[in-house]
Design a protein around this ligand. Structure first.
Ligand code: SF4
Length: 440
């Protein structure tokens, strides 16, 4: 029986060591899905480094490494250990997909993009010849027919109270900074509704009352979301996901989403600077509407978390301070921030490079917490300093309490606000160590 070891690396901390946690609350779906797709006779072990030890002497025939963002560098280090021991290593995930030539300098093979077609071919090649090809790049044109993921590979680990279920992939928008836009190029693929519901039922049958709906932008096809919500209502589960603020522009759909059990949603607000958003191809997001739309979400009973960036070309020190004031005013329960970072392999990266605006090309430092480009109206140093100042202010005890436990909505939704308090305190620990607060 051939053995496959699948590894999800963690990110490095400021001490140069891999970050670890006692528990992972939002484990990924890719490995359980690939394990379900693999022929039955493969024995598969999954290691999520943030909670698991990685044994480089493991008795595996083949090693696969998934990469999200700059965890690719920890992945490269792990790959080197296994290759030194004579193992063949392949790598996948969006970072490896965007820079496959670079990844191939460190691994035997790269799976580009979605893996559902490529992965079984890779396993078959290995079994037939003992070798794998350098590149597997077989796009997926439909998400129909995927099996129920091997959730047992996650439930055996220290995870939180939710399991992942995929609804769709991609996004119809083309925001220039976004890796999803780079990979899916404006395309959104929804899974068949009955298969999504089948997976939700599988999660419920395992004893879980909550799941998180994996989707790059769940409101991409409003009709699909509406049908999905109607099908979820009888299951009486709670769920979380992410989407654009467009959802709040449709009060009827927002109400249905809440009734179907959604109690938390992450929104890409991106910025409070309209000029910066317009220049990033996201002019359809209207900064002037942010607060009113967030209020609608709050009134619907959904806990909002937000993703915002600093370092847009219109940004100054004052914009960063105004971002803090906005978060305070809107009392966003769970905010997250990044420095705009031109991802290697993206059009933005090529443009900045051509214009001489990259500070350096040490991709290890492309973490989203250090300025690696020269914005028009700030120095990179001032941007990095402003980013950490923003995090320190937002994740101060006073701000956390005002946005969570001391918020009036605590009376109506005490569980949600207590959860938000816990997440903020978790992020606070990361900020104090100067680690980007994005592991959960
Ligand atoms: S709407 Fe969100 S997911 Fe879609 S391209 Fe823009 S940033 Fe990416």
């Amino acid at each position: 029986m051939p053995k496959l070891l699948l590894i999800q690396p963690t990110q490095y901390g400021p001490d140069g060591r891999p970050c670890r946690q006692d528990r992972i609350y939002l484990p990924g779906l890719v490995f359980p899905l690939l394990a379900a797709i693999a022929p039955r006779h493969w024995e598969i072990d999954v290691r999520i480094e943030v909670v698991d030890e990685i044994d480089c002497d493991a008795d595996a025939d083949l090693v696969g490494i998934g990469t999200m963002g700059y965890t690719i560098f920890r992945g490269i280090e792990i790959a080197a250990e296994f290759r030194r021991r004579g193992k063949q290593v392949f790598m996948g995930g969006y970072m490896a997909s965007l820079v496959p030539t670079h990844a191939l300098e460190h691994v035997d093979s790269v799976v580009v993009g979605d893996a559902e077609v490529s992965f079984p071919r890779l396993l078959a090649d290995f079994e037939r010849t003992g070798r794998i090809e350098r590149i597997y790049d077989h796009p997926v044109d439909s998400l129909a027919g995927l099996p129920v993921p091997r959730y047992d590979l996650l439930t055996s680990k220290p995870i939180g109270g939710m399991l992942p279920v995929q609804a769709g992939r991609g996004c119809p928008h083309l925001c220039s900074f976004c890796s999803i836009a780079c990979i899916y190029k404006g395309r959104y693929m929804a899974r068949p509704l009955d298969e999504v519901i089948r997976d939700v039922a599988a999660v419920r049958d395992l004893g879980y009352r909550s799941f998180y709906l994996l989707d790059d932008n769940i409101v991409s096809e409003p009709r699909f979301l509406e049908d999905l919500c109607n099908a979820l209502i009888p299951l009486k589960m709670t769920w979380a996901s992410q989407c654009s603020l467009q959802l709040a522009r449709n009060p009827r759909l927002l109400g249905l989403v809440a009734r179907s059990g959604c109690n938390m949603m992450s929104f890409g607000l991106e910025s409070i600077a309209q000029e910066g958003l317009d220049r990033l191809g996201k002019s359809w997001v209207k900064v002037a509407e942010h607060e009113a739309l967030l209020k609608r979400i709050e009134d619907a009973g959904i806990l909002a978390s937000s993703e915002m960036m600093v370092g847009l070309d219109s940004d100054t020190d004052a914009t960063i301070d105004a971002t803090y004031e906005f978060v305070e005013r809107a009392r966003i329960p769970i905010p997250r921030f990044y420095i705009l970072t031109p991802g290697p392999g993206s059009a933005m990266y090529d443009e900045m490079r051509a214009a001489g605006r990259l500070v350096h090309e040490d991709w290890r430092r492309y973490s989203g917490s250090e300025a690696v480009h020269r914005p028009e109206r700030m120095t990179p140093e001032a941007l990095t300093e402003g980013y950490w100042r923003l995090n320190e202010r937002v994740f101060s005890l006073g701000s956390i309490l005002r946005r969570t436990l001391f918020h009036p909505r605590t009376l109506r939704h005490p569980g949600q606000q207590a959860f938000a308090f816990g997440v903020n305190m978790h992020y606070r620990k990361y900020v104090r160590r100067r680690v980007p607060p994005n592991i959960f």
